[in-house]
Design a protein around this ligand. Structure first.
Ligand SMILES: C[S@@+](CC[C@H](N)C(=O)[O-])C[C@H]1O[C@@H](n2cnc3c(N)ncnc32)[C@H](O)[C@@H]1O
Length: 208
């Protein structure tokens, strides 16, 4: 098996990638991450989905392609320009709501146990506000992050933040975690069914 072969992709994907190129947006997720997002999205019929970091809509398109007709996706980005691009290609899909707002503000106002799936692809929800974000997941809910393997666009010093983030997830008794050397490097944390959310002491990952 050649796991580089992604033989099915969302209809809007080529146009989204062309638009990302035109805008000089270099932070789009990889197709392999997208395919994983779509497969996991299909495991949550009627699910409530959250994407932190819409970008130009690459991950959004993949999530929508896996979601059923009764699922709903909230996607959040603080950059109105990239969200406008995503909206141009995906805005007709009534299952998605675009929020142009700071991710931390969105996380703070969202009710606990609101989501079945969170793709945390912005700073808030990953390197800050991690506990607050995990608290938004229902039991059985999936938290997914990528870009955990060294990337050419990382700013100096970024790599030292990764072990802290991974340790913060792996120390939680209320989540089952797995590391995947897939695409840019993925980690999945699933909230244990019936778990009471663990209050963990503030760690460097939650203080950034
Ligand atoms: C890695 S990109 C997202 C890529 C997208 N999920 C995809 O699949 O192509 C990160 C995004 O986070 C957004 N961002 C950065 N800081 C943010 C913040 N504080 N709140 C919300 N979004 C933020 C950036 O504008 C950027 O579009």
């Amino acid at each position: 098996m050649n796991d580089d072969a992604i033989n099915r992709q969302p209809a809007a994907l080529s146009a989204i990638l062309s638009e990302a190129d035109a805008l000089g947006f270099t932070m789009a997720s990889e197709a392999k991450v997208g395919a994983l997002l779509a497969a996991l999205a299909a495991s949550k019929p009627g699910g409530r989905f959250l994407e932190l970091g819409t970008g130009t809509g690459h991950g959004t398109a993949w999530l929508l392609s896996g979601m059923d007709s009764t699922s709903r996706l909230d996607t959040v980005d603080s950059d109105a320009n990239v969200v406008a691009a995503a909206k141009r290609h995906l805005g007709a899909d009534k299952r998605v709501t675009f929020h142009v707002v700071d991710g931390a503000a969105f996380i703070r106002q969202a009710p606990p146990d609101a989501f079945d799936f969170i793709y945390a692809d912005a700073w808030p929800g990953k390197f800050s506000h991690l506990d607050d974000t995990l608290a938004l997941l229902r039991p059985g809910g999936i938290y997914l992050i990528d870009d955990l393997l060294p990337q050419p666009n990382w700013p100096p010093g970024h790599e030292s933040k990764l072990p802290v983030l991974i340790a913060a997830l792996e120390q939680r008794a209320d989540f089952v975690t797995v590391r995947l050397a897939w695409a840019s490097g993925v980690m999945i944390a699933v909230r244990r069914d019936g778990s009471v959310l663990q209050r963990v002491p503030a760690s460097p990952a939650t203080m950034f």
